[in-house]
Design a protein around this ligand. Structure first.
Ligand code: ZN
Ligand code: ZN
Length: 139
């Protein structure tokens, strides 16, 4: 597992974050909302306890992408960084790609696999869940 704290930030460098406790889980998300939010065919999340998270530097703006869901991004450059939902109280999810060392946190499963783009094949043997079941605490 990666050394703590985990650190990352946005493209312009203004908004930085630190995760001080061991991550709760990692996973790919193939959902349409993440795709539109990031412009990428698939995204990778690390789940962190919100109480272990600190932001420094710039301003984190939020967009309520659906009821009970807030997606956070850098107010200066627009880089998407976080996902928070009433469905996962006490958790802040970060895009692994925004970590300074994304190599250290490989995803452990796939969620919303039924919404995937079919021309992208990821060659692994990780569990593939049609929606959100199969998260570390959502079996
Ligand atoms: Zn920025
Ligand atoms: Zn998603």
């Amino acid at each position: 597992m990666a050394a703590l704290p985990l650190e990352g930030g946005c493209l312009c460098g203004a908004l930085r974050y630190r995760i001080g406790a061991a991550p709760l889980w990692t996973g790919y998300c193939h959902c349409t909302s993440c795709r539109r939010s990031t412009g990428a065919p698939v995204t990778m999340f690390v789940g962190a306890a919100t109480e272990s998270v600190a932001f420094t530097g710039g301003e984190r703006a939020v967009f309520a992408s659906s009821p009970g869901v807030e997606r956070g991004f850098c107010a200066a450059c627009g880089t998407p960084l976080t996902y928070e939902s009433d469905r996962f109280p006490g958790e802040t999810h970060f895009y692994i790609s925004t970590l300074d060392d994304p190599q250290s946190l490989p995803p452990a499963f796939h969620v919303f696999y039924e919404e995937r783009i079919r021309w992208l094949e990821i060659a692994d043997d990780l569990p593939r869940h049609a929606t959100v079941t199969g998260r570390a605490d959502g079996e």
